[in-house]
Design a protein around this ligand. Structure first.
Ligand SMILES: *Cc1c(COP(=O)(O)O)cnc(C)c1O
Length: 728
């Protein structure tokens, strides 16, 4: 019998945990007749949450923030290693709180859902700062670390505001790469530490530069980093006009090259930065203008996901030499800005050969940077600069979890087992050649020649298809043959064990890097981890696009261990829902996602640890964009569309029972414009239409009141439903 174990991806299943399916099929005696039923029921007796944790490598990629609790659910450890047991937050409880209807004390929000965890963000920020502080102490470094957050990683208002607030005690600043990013960074930093850096990167025009100069006038510690040589003249001219003394940096194009996917902007042919010749010209020009004191910062960025500290040290060393040369040439250098690139170990493999992993942690990273800068400066007798980094991915990836639902799986259309009568009828209905195939198939089965069985099953299928095309066989007969062959291959363990799980999600909107660059993220069921996952599946999204599927997972598997949907999934109302979480997606995914098929973004909630009975409090919630919202993105006017349709409904309704029917149509249309584009399960038909005021945010002052009762509805998420569709 073909070992089903061959369907088990060795790369995913941890050693010793060959998982479900490997031994669960009965050795069918196969007396020529199909077995009445095929047992695939999972055996849970030898399964445990910790086996799931190993299987999905949760400790490897998720530690110290994600773990599996004793109920078999994924839990968040909001303060990382400092989390006390009672502070763990069960993700399933968050989902329930958020998706339950308001009468049930829920928030009535629709999935997919992004759960933002400000505590995790704070812990990441403090860990990064802590790692540099430690490295500075242990290498006896003569200055300090002062990081900035590159807002392009996630420009969400609350993410940026949180970082400024949490980072204020250690002068944490922001980095902007475009005019709107600069505007948001300027306004957020008004509440930040006055010494926090505001680094202005990216290609600049006069308007960008004037904004940056205004920022200096507003007493924000702003540095204009020259990305192209031409920007210098604009800075000089405009700063003289405005009467502002600018602080200038340059981005150096290093020779050090990072060869991974994310390194294509590095090296001599990189997209950004000034060559050594150009840097020298900048020095000369500033010297001539008596502005060399304005030149204070050297920046470089060798790309995201720097794979190893060896490569990092190479780049930092080259840049440190440039820094020292600039000091020698008379620039008033103060800061070395090592850019981003601090990597995330998405698959938990701690490997420098994989684009989704890195071989170092925060401490090793910080230590390599501090040691290298120090060594170069010591040799050149240059005063140690302030070290700035622009780590984005490393700060925000962990703080957000995307949760979505699997609504059905391809196995749901399994043909029901045949009765003896049906079986007889089936055989009689076959043509002569097909019956010969069938008899050969049965004989081979009795002899236990399973390879031959498969061949005959294939022949039988092919012949039926040919006859169907000729019109000599009906659709019922064709379906019966298909069902028979599927059942048969399943019984001998040769069926395609990988099922397709349909998920209520758009890959293009929520995991664009999977579609765009094939990046994998950890995806795990957030509950039922005390049960053996008996099935392997790929995930297929809602879009009408063949690329809208996930068939590559961390560890290299082309399918994911999953559980059987209960009662045909949640979509038909009957069964338990099945929720999956995509982790480590807090960086880049939100801003890169598009509205393919007009699916908009997920609902978003902010969840903080609280010492109340539920260990968490929802401190902010916003519904994802409605159908009306996404239509507006493409210049449609939902209000006019609604009026047109309503008018048409009135015209069409005139013949029959008049106003009543058309009013009902209008109500229903209005509801559709208000609701999110994602599927709604029948069991949550009470789903509230989200109007565009469905957003609330509580200031930290109100926060305590809300925390006080995290079980009750935290705050009104939506106002009363309004059925006439008029938008503010
Ligand atoms: C994108 C970018 C960053 C952030 O890089 P991460 O790898 O996310 O840390 C930092 N600096 C610059 C100039 C960037 O373009």
């Amino acid at each position: 019998m073909p070992a089903l174990a061959c369907c088990v991806d060795a790369a995913v299943a941890p050693p010793g945990h060959a998982f479900a399916g490997d031994s669960s099929l009965p050795a069918s005696p196969f007396p020529g007749l199909p077995p009445a039923t095929i047992t695939t029921a999972a055996d849970n007796s030898h399964w445990s949450p910790s086996l799931s944790s190993d299987l999905y490598r949760i400790d490897a990629w998720g530690g110290p923030y994600f773990t599996v609790n004793s109920s078999g659910n994924v839990a968040v450890r909001p303060h990382g290693t400092a989390t006390l047991p009672h502070q763990e937050i069960d993700l399933l409880k968050i989902v329930k709180k958020v998706s339950d209807s308001k009468p049930e004390c829920g928030l009535g929000l629709q999935l997919p859902l992004i759960v933002r965890l400000p505590d995790v963000l704070k812990d990441r920020l403090e860990s990064l700062q802590g790692a540099f502080d430690l490295a500075i102490r242990s290498h006896d470094y003569g200055s300090h670390y002062q990081g900035v957050y590159p807002v392009k990683c996630n420009q969400d208002r609350f993410v940026v505001e949180d970082i400024v607030k949490f980072g204020s005690p250690f002068r944490f600043g922001l980095e902007a790469g475009s005019k709107p990013e600069l505007l948001l960074a300027m306004s957020c930093l008004c509440k930040g530490n006055p010494d926090a850096l505001l680094i202005c990167n990216g290609f600049k025009d006069l308007e960008y530069i004037s904004l940056a100069l205004f920022a200096r006038k507003l007493a924000l510690n702003t540095v204009i980093v020259l990305e192209q040589e031409e920007e210098l003249d604009l800075v000089v001219d405009f700063s003289q006009k405005l009467g502002v003394r600018p602080v200038i940096g340059v981005r150096a194009k290093l020779k050090t090259k990072h060869s991974g996917h994310f390194g294509s902007t590095s090296g001599e042919k990189g997209k950004f930065g000034l060559t050594t010749t150009q840097i020298l010209r900048v020095v000369k020009k500033l010297d001539k203008l008596g502005m060399l004191d304005c030149f204070q910062l050297l920046h470089f960025h060798i790309g995201s996901q720097i794979p190893s500290t060896a490569l990092l040290a190479d780049g930092v060393s080259e840049a440190s030499q440039i820094y020292c040369e600039l000091v020698r040439l008379g620039a008033h250098m103060k800061v070395i800005d090592i850019g981003g690139g601090l990597g995330i170990d998405y698959d938990g493999s701690k490997s420098s050969d994989s684009e989704i992993s890195v071989s170092y942690g925060l401490e090793e990273y910080a230590s390599a940077v501090v040691r290298t800068v120090r060594n170069v400066c010591e040799r050149r007798s240059v005063k140690h600069p302030v070290i700035c980094s622009e780590s984005g991915r490393a700060l925000v990836s962990h703080h957000s979890v995307l949760i979505f639902e699997a609504i059905s799986s391809s196995a749901c259309d399994d043909a029901p087992p045949m009765s003896a009568f049906e079986h007889q009828y089936f055989i009689e209905g076959l043509t002569e050649e097909a019956r010969a195939d069938y008899l050969n198939l049965s004989a081979a089965a009795i002899r236990g020649e399973y390879e031959a069985c498969l061949t005959y099953a294939d022949l039988l299928k092919q012949r039926s298809v040919e006859q169907f095309k000729e019109g000599s066989v009906g659709i019922e007969q064709l379906a019966t043959v298909d069902g028979f062959c599927d059942m048969f291959s399943k019984a001998i363990g040769a069926s395609d064990a990988v099922r397709t799980y349909h998920v209520n999600l758009s890959v293009f909107t929520s995991i664009p890097d999977f579609w765009g660059i094939g990046q994998t993220f950890p995806i795990v069921p957030i509950h039922r981890l005390d049960q053996r996952p008996a099935v392997r599946g790929v995930l297929s999204d809602l879009t009408c696009d063949s690329d809208g599927k996930i068939d590559k997972f961390i560890g290299g598997g082309s399918s994911l261990p999953l559980h059987e949907l209960e009662g045909n999934g949640g979509n038909n109302g009957g069964g338990q829902k099945y929720y999956l979480g995509m982790f480590l997606g807090g960086a880049y995914q939100e801003a890169l996602g598009g509205v393919h098929n007009l699916f908009g973004g997920p609902s978003i909630v902010r969840v903080s640890q609280s010492d109340g009975p539920h260990s968490f409090a929802v401190t902010g919630a916003v519904s994802g964009p409605s159908c009306g919202d996404v239509l507006r993105v493409m210049q449609h006017e939902p209000e006019l569309m609604f009026e047109t349709l309503k008018h048409r409904a009135e015209e069409c309704g005139q013949g029959d029972d008049g106003g009543m029917a058309s009013a009902a149509v209008a109500t229903s249309l209005a509801r559709s414009f208000h609701n999110m584009p994602y599927l709604v399960s029948a069991s949550s038909c009470s789903l509230t239409a989200m109007n565009n005021h469905g957003f609330y945010y509580c200031s930290e002052d109100d926060y305590d009141d809300i925390v006080a009762d995290s079980a009750g509805a935290a705050a009104p998420v939506g106002e009363e439903e309004q059925w006439s569709y008029c938008c503010a």
